[in-house]
Each structure stands twice: as structure tokens, then as C-alpha cells.
Ligand binder design. Sequence first.
Ligand code: AMP
Ligand code: MN
Ligand code: MN
Ligand code: MN
Length: 278
Amino acid sequence: MNKYDLHSHTICSDGSLSVFQLIDLAVEKELTHLAITDHDTVKAHLQLASLEPHNKADKINIIKGVEFSSQWNNMGIHILGLNIDINCTAITQAVRHQTDIRLARLTSIAKKLTKRGFADITQGALALAGDSQIGRPHMAQYMVQEGMVSSVSQAFNKYLGAGKIGDVSSVWPDMEQVVEWIHAAGGVAVVAHPSRYKMTRTKRRRLMADFADTGGQAIEVCSGNQVPGVAQDMAALCQEFGFYASAGSDFHNPNYQWVKLGQYPKIPKQCKPVWELF
Ligand code: AMP
Ligand code: MN
Ligand code: MN
Ligand code: MN
């Protein structure tokens, strides 16, 4: 069983559990280290710090993290920041910046949808997001609720997913900028799920080279729901570019059968684990 899970989400972005429920689950799964890496927010960590010390938080090491949305060559690339100082100016400003972008993106997606004849989803999606960082999953959920589509996956497949009108990656800051924020916060920058981006091998190696040039130190070699063989491919990239290896489930919801907290393929032996840098 894996003891580390360095990629997980709470309800503060598009996960389903509160930070406390997530930690309970991690303790139940006998994890020793859990990185909470919500999309463009560190609210879960702020909640953890401001409320009563959670009774289980001393049984597990909680690693402060974030998953920033960035763009590289017009593609949306997710960069994890692990072991960051959540209270530093760089993170506060970065989160504010990303929040503004997410709100503007909602407006622009809603506008594109109204041009297709749909009612304005802005307020409904915001209401569903509540205090959480607004994301496409909330937009999808609202579209289902209003009968615009029959399911969340249909909302993504037809309107919000890769290559569709709701897929606007040009809004995000450059990858380089995001890595800079993470480094300013004392963290380690990690390319999240590098195999999931639809690109050729050549392009993926260019992404790796550019990431290395920005000072990025690690890539996610193992992710939840990863097909066999990918970890070895990612391990080869680590060796070529001198990256450390990260591993995490990308857990969102206990009802998703295909991604369980703490579950991901074995890290190839030749890899240097990213936690050596913490
Ligand atoms: P955002 O960060 O707002 O662009 O939303 C991206 C999130 O949407 C991802 O992290 C996933 O949680 C979710 N997502 C992306 N594609 C799909 C899909 N095809 N079906 C369901 N959820 C998806
Ligand atoms: Mn997500
Ligand atoms: Mn991601
Ligand atoms: Mn994620």
C-alpha cells in the first residue's frame, strides 16, 4: 500500500469532502503523508490552520499544496506546488489572480453558451460553487440541474471539455509564472499528470525541457487511474531531465470508483521520490 498521496482535492475546489473528512479518510487508509492540492486555492489549508487542531491531523503529515492552472503553448497545464508557505505574499496574490481569472472565464463561457441558445449559467454556477473556487465542474453540474445536458460527462463532451467552447486555456498565466509563484513560496513545482495532456511524444519532451528551464524539479510519475506502462515512460523522462518523481491519486470524490485516495501504480525503482526535497 502507498503511504504517500501527494495530489488530492477537497470541496474548496471541485472535490466532494471537507478538509476534515479528507484527512479522516487518509488516516483510515493509513497514509503517512497527504498533500492537499486544490485547484488555484489554499482555502482548505487555511481552514485547517484557523479551526481547532483537527484530532487526526497529528496522525498524518499534511503537506501544504496547490494545483495551479497554467498555459504552455496554448495548452492548459496543471502545475502542483508542494510544501509551500500558504501565508506568503506570492501565494496570496497568485490565488487572487487565479480567482479573478476564473470569474472572468465563467462570464466568457456563459456568454458563449448563451450564443448557443442556453440561458445564462453565471449565477447558478456561482451559487453551486458557494465558497469554493469556481470551476467547470460547477458549470457542468448547473447545466445538468437545468436540463441543458443530461449528465456532467455530456456537459464536458459537448461544451466544456478539451477542444470545446468552454475550454479556454489562453486565460491562464504562463507556466513559467506559476513556477515562479511556487518557488517564491518555498515550494517544489511538479507537472501534474504529464501523460494526460493530448500531445505527441516530441511535444511532451519540449514541455519537459521548458519546465526544466523554468527551474521545475519534479513531475508526477504516478497518478490515479493511470494505465500500465505510463509510470515507466514518466520515469524515463525523469532520468532524461533530472526530475524527481511525485505520486498522487488526484482524488476528488469517494464515489468515483476509478480514483481512490492513496491509490496509484508503484513508483519505478530508479526514481528519486520528490519528498526527499521536503
Ligand atoms: P477547471 O479547473 O475549472 O478548468 O476544471 C477542470 C476540472 O474539471 C478537472 O480537474 C476535473 O476535475 C474536471 N473535468 C475535466 N474534464 C472532465 C470530464 N470530461 N468529465 C468530468 N470532469 C472533468
Ligand atoms: Mn479537479
Ligand atoms: Mn489536474
Ligand atoms: Mn487534480
